[in-house]
Design a protein around this ligand. Structure first.
Ligand code: GDP
Ligand code: MG
Length: 166
């Protein structure tokens, strides 16, 4: 089994922390040159049965200038080529306009989108349901998976779910 997976989300939600935890192998393509291509490969998760290639798609955020529109379009067209998208949010931050901008776009395409609620170690378990409810009203996700990237909570389950889908 193999697949390409994009992780998207606002800065500081924990994307790099999760990648560092799950990706054992950084591949040779990660040169400066590769970073100029639209899909920057972050690393590969490998088990006996699966290989998942994680990519970063920069420029997914709301453009500050009209000139930025082209970059945003390029980023979203790259997203149409992956097998799954992880939309990551942080449990300790309220949903904002940055999240809504991304979600409006993700909603319109056919690639399955997983909502990853990170930093669950920072909240009381009772507060998780309210967060889930809030995002559910915006769009229908393939699955909603709460994790802590730093503590490692539920990360195994996330990986198993992704491998299952491939
Ligand atoms: P990125 O900008 O989305 O790549 O976010 P980073 O991976 O750089 O993380 C931003 C900050 O959040 C760092 O200080 C991390 O240590 C912290 N962080 C990431 N994941 C967690 C988590 O699960 N729990 C807590 N408490 N902090 C986290
Ligand atoms: Mg990062």
């Amino acid at each position: 089994k193999s697949g390409f997976i994009a992780i998207v989300g606002r800065p500081n939600v924990g994307k790099s922390t999760l990648l560092n935890r799950i990706v054992g192998q950084k591949i040779a393509i990660m040169s400066d040159k590769a970073q100029t291509t639209r899909n920057k490969i972050q690393g590969v998760y490998t088990t006996d049965e699966a290989q998942l290639v994680f990519i970063d798609t920069p420029g997914i955020h709301k453009p500050k200038h009209r000139l930025g529109d082209y970059m945003v379009e390029a980023a979203y067209s790259a997203l149409r080529e992956v097998d799954a998208i992880l939309f990551m949010v942080s449990a300790d931050q309220k949903r904002g306009r940055g999240d809504d901008f991304i979600l409006e776009r993700l909603k319109k395409q056919e690639v399955p989108v997983y909502l990853i609620i990170n930093k669950i170690d920072t909240i009381h378990p009772d507060d998780l349901l309210a967060i889930i409810d809030d995002y559910r009203q915006i769009m229908e996700f393939k699955e909603i998976i709460p994790i802590s990237a730093t503590e490692g909570n539920n990360v195994d389950n996330l990986m198993a779910t992704l491998v299952d889908q491939m």
